[in-house]
Ligand binder design. Structure first.
Ligand code: ATP
Length: 251
């Protein structure tokens, strides 16, 4: 199996606080990898190290290596802006810009100097189709994105992310603000998207991890306690702490 990201001996500090401890992990191409674990165990911090979003937080420090397609992302060889184009991100709360649906999707492209109408029109149509939103919004793409429902807004945010043609999409609890039906729609969408993208998702829902992910990493106090196929983690975990967590004994 081809790994896209390789994490080696990663430590991460907020000031003096060691938030991630000696993490080693391979992320596999066209798979969905889920990060689970109790609140405050470092899942979001780890997710943000993968596309250097933690750079925006002051007084933080990284030790170890993260190789993306073989390139060390912290070495200075890879421009962080380009890195974030190739490793996109979707956040917990849908956060469309107060612009039209159309302008939300093409925002990043315009920033990169792409302004040709035919190109942008094509991207809008294909990404809306890719996130299964096209039929719902095709008559109002020039209306404000803020008029969409929460679930539609989140699918739009995913469309905005994939419009940049990333290789990896990071998702930090993308369904936690959504109702069950919108959640299911996003889950179905992720299963579809993994054909073309590598997806990493932080989730508090173990059912969600079990339903959609291929690989699961269980985090506790800044450490990865166990990382394996989702089947193995949920059916036959190696570590007692993993078992206690997935059977609901703590967290
Ligand atoms: N900006 C920050 N500055 C200092 N410490 C932080 C910062 N962000 C997170 N932390 C600390 O790092 C640890 C890991 O937090 P993180 O948000 O990564 O956990 P998490 O597993 O994603 O939690 P949750 O499931 O609640 O979102 C926590 O102890 C948290 O208090």
């Amino acid at each position: 199996m081809e790994s896209v990201i390789k994490v080696e001996n990663l430590n991460f500090y907020y000031g003096n606080f060691l938030a991630l401890k000696d993490i080693n992990m391979d992320i596999y191409k066209n798979n969905i990898t889920a990060f689970i674990g109790p609140s405050g165990c470092g899942k979001s911090t780890f997710l943000r190290t993968l596309n250097r979003m933690n750079d925006f937080i002051e007084n933080t420090r990284v030790e170890g290596k993260i190789l993306f397609q073989g390139q060390d992302i912290y070495s200075g060889d890879l421009d962080p802006v380009e890195l974030r184009r190739r490793i996109g991100m979707v956040f917990q709360k849908p956060n469309p810009f107060p612009k039209t649906i159309y302008e939300n999707i093409v925002y990043g492209l315009r920033k990169n100097g792409v302004n040709k109408k035919e190109v942008l029109d094509e991207v809008v149509e294909s990404t809306l189709k890719a996130v299964a939103l096209y039929d719902e919004v095709k008559d109002k793409i020039y209306k404000s994105a803020l008029e969409l429902s929460g679930g539609q807004q989140q699918r739009l945010c995913i469309a905005r992310a994939i419009a940049m043609q990333p290789e990896v999409v990071l998702m930090d609890e993308p369904t936690s603000a959504l109702d069950p039906i919108s959640t299911l729609k996003i889950e179905e969408l992720l299963l579809e998207l993994k054909k073309n993208y590598t997806i990493i998702i932080v989730t508090h829902s173990m059912q969600q991890a079990a339903r959609i992910s291929d690989w699961t990493a269980f985090f506790l106090n800044g450490e990865v306690i166990e990382y394996d196929t989702t089947e193995k983690i949920f059916e036959n975990p190696r570590d007692k702490r993993t078992e206690d967590y997935i059977t609901g004994r703590f967290g």
